[in-house]
Structures are given as C-alpha cells and as structure tokens.
Ligand binder design. Structure first.
Ligand SMILES: *Cc1c(COP(=O)(O)O)cnc(C)c1O
Length: 388
C-alpha cells in the first residue's frame, strides 16, 4: 500500500504575486538596507495601528533587542509562560538576566493572570519583582492584556508581548501589535507562522525612544545621525558606534515577501477560522478537548491544539498520526524541562497546569492551504487512533 501524501501541521502559502515581489527586489539596486524595509515597517504599523515598528531577521532577535531596549540586564528578572518556544525565555539569558515562569491558565493555555498576581505578591515581599513580563499569545489567542497591564501599573514591570503566533489577531477591538496594553510586541515571520518572510521578525511599539534604541541595536549600535553623535563628524563618511549592537537586519528580499504576504493576512486568518470551526464541529464527540477562544479575542489560529482526555493515549495517538503521514506536533515542551534550563533548578510541581497540558496536547494540521479533504483525512485518522 502506498502512503498517503504528507500533511504538515503548518506551512506557508506562497502565490505568484509573492514570487514577483521578491524577483522585483532581486532586479533592483538594494538587496538589503533599501526602501522595501521601510515600506514593510510602515504597512505593518498601519495595519496594527502602532506608531513604530522595527524589522529584524527573526522574532528571536526582535525579542533580544526589545529586552535590551527595555533595560534588561544582569540581576534583573524576566517572567514568561513555560508553554512557549524557548526563544521567549532565552532573550532574558542573552542579556545576563534571570528567567522565571508563571503557570498557564487551564482553558486558554496562556499565562494565568491569577497565578501572575500571586507570584508578584510573593516576589514583592522578597524584593525579586520582574523587570519584564512576556505574555505569549499561544496558538494566536491574545493573553488577558488589560489585566496584565493593570498589574504592571501596580508592580512596575514592562510588558513585552510575544505575539509570534498572533499577527492578524485581535483583542478587545484592538489589533494585536497595537501595543495598547504593552511596551513592545514582537511578531515572527517563520514559514509556519501566519505570514512569512522566510526568516524574520518585527518589534512593534508606540515609544519613539524604544524604537530608536531597537533600531540601533539591530544594526551594530551604529548611528549616522549627527544629532545623536558624541563628536563632531570627521567628514561625511563619518558614523559612530554608540552601543554594542548586532547585525539583526532583515533584507529587502524578505521584506518584499512580507509586504506581499501582508495583503493576504486577513484572508489567511479567515481561512484558519473556517478550518477551526470545521474541526470544532467534527471533533465534538471525540474524547478530546478542542481549543477555547475567549469572547474578547479573535485568534489568529496559528495552531489548532487538541488535548486528549486520556493523556496515557497521547503518545500512541501521536505516533499513529505520524505513521499515517500526518505531521502532528507538540507545542510545547515546558521550557523548564529542557536540559539547558536544568541548571536553574525549576520544580515541575510548581507548574501543574503546564504539566497537565504538556502530557495531553497535540497540534493537528492548520494552515490556509489545508483542503477540506485533507482536513477530513486528519479527522478520520484521529478517529481511527482514538476510537479503535
Ligand atoms: C516561532 C516563535 C518564536 C521565534 O520566532 P523566530 O522568528 O523563529 O525567531 C518565538 N516565540 C514563539 C512563541 C514562537 O512561536
């Protein structure tokens, strides 16, 4: 018997107009540091209604420059959710700061606001309050940002949204990335995410100083603006390095792809919603928990994550789907479980909801080009795995 075609859990949608946009840049004067980067930044700021945006070569580098711009350094704490990609926590370690985790909410799987409040109260007594909290909009659903913002006003931390899953999502009438409830929000344009630039990321903010700092840090900490220079220019070739920055720049080739993809963003997300609704209906009698989206959220549905009511069956179910050429995945292994993080001595028992989630979760295929036939094959295969 020949194997049925492979269905990934997520993949990009590239059309002719995307290819044409990239080819246009390849035929132009600038492959990088050209005008398309600006167009991409301006367009995404208009979409999100943020004042500034800083394109980077990944969301990971955007998180790094965001932390540096917010002043994170040795001795400081950054808190995030344990159910996330490692990059949400690693950005603290790059800055020499320390990481701690706040357990997740059992329904949204996002960082739990109640647990955050409790932990803040404890940390205040011990003088260990975080400088930055990183809410991660898991699967594309926004965290409860209004509540987190209120806590930030009481406890004085900065908010850096890891919106890598949530380009095109909405929360209480604002577009995720508007930074209405945060200092900075970052997006990822990795091919499995909502829109892609190959590799790429973006930091959104309404704070001019933060935008300028991030923009300098993504390009070696160098300035060519004589108003910002320490000395009188030696000549018109002159530039100054004022900070220790990096080369985290996005190319114009990537920005052209991103700009072309942005035109389709709302359509992509709408298609993800159609697929999600179809899954919701067809899976409702399965022994699983389907994703729940809060009423004040419009998810970008980056992932469709199911949880098995019987976690003992997760592994065999997962392996069965993979054997049937369905590219399921698990998002995520709690960050504190990784060998690198063992040096920090986290206790699994401190995060019961994250552990329960991790033991039962499977991300099933979800991307705009997934056809109903393919989706039905996923559902049938899942049925075979669970009901027999
Ligand atoms: C993908 C992802 C990142 C990293 O994005 P890159 O663009 O690949 O660096 C960070 N955080 C989360 C939650 C992600 O899913």
């Amino acid at each position: 018997m020949t194997k049925k075609p492979y269905i990934p859990y997520g993949t990009q949608s590239i059309l002719e107009d995307d290819i044409d946009a990239v080819v246009d840049v390849l035929k132009s004067k600038f492959l990088t540091q050209g005008p398309v980067i600006n167009d991409f930044e301006t367009t995404i700021s208009q979409y999100c209604k943020s004042d500034f945006s800083v394109a980077c070569n990944s969301s990971t580098s955007a998180l790094h420059v965001a932390c540096l711009a917010l002043g994170l350094g040795p001795g400081d704490w950054l808190w995030t959710s344990p159910i996330t990609f490692v990059a949400s926590a690693n950005c603290a370690l790059y800055c020499g700061a320390k990481v701690d985790f706040v357990d997740i909410d059992p329904f949204s799987y996002n960082l739990c606001v109640g647990a955050l409040e409790k932990k803040l109260l404890e940390a205040k007594k011990q003088g260990k309050l975080p400088k930055i909290v990183v809410p991660v909009h898991l699967c594309g659903q926004s965290c409860e940002m209004e509540e987190i913002k209120k806590l930030s006003e009481i406890y004085g931390f900065k908010i850096l949204e890891d919106a890598s899953h949530a380009v095109g999502a909405r929360y209480k009438k604002s577009v995720v990335g508007s930074c209405k409830y945060s200092d900075i929000a970052v997006f990822s344009f990795h091919p499995v995410k909502i829109v892609t630039t190959g590799e790429g990321g973006m930091a959104m903010t309404n704070d001019k100083q933060l935008a300028e700092r991030m923009s300098a840090l993504r390009s070696h900490g160098i300035t060519r603006d004589d108003k910002k220079m320490m000395r009188v220019p030696d000549g018109s070739w002159y530039y100054e390095q004022l900070d220790l920055g990096f080369n985290y720049r996005m190319t114009d080739i990537q920005a052209a792809l991103g700009l072309s993809q942005l035109k389709k963003l709302d359509k992509f997300v709408a298609r993800r919603h159609i697929l999600a609704k179809r899954y919701d209906e067809k899976l409702k009698d399965f022994p699983i928990i389907t994703p729940q989206v809060n009423r004040d959220c419009y998810s970008a549905f980056h992932l469709y994550c199911i949880r098995l009511k019987c976690p003992e069956k997760r592994r065999v179910t997962f392996e069965y789907l993979r054997a049937q050429n369905i590219g399921v995945n698990v998002h995520y292994i709690p960050v504190y479980r990784h060998p690198y993080y063992q040096r920090f001595n986290f206790n699994q028992n401190s995060f019961p909801n994250a552990e329960a989630f991790y033991s039962s979760a499977i991300s099933i295929p979800m991307y705009p080009n997934l056809s109903f036939d393919e989706q039905d094959r996923v559902i049938e295969t899942l049925k075979d795995a669970l009901m027999t």
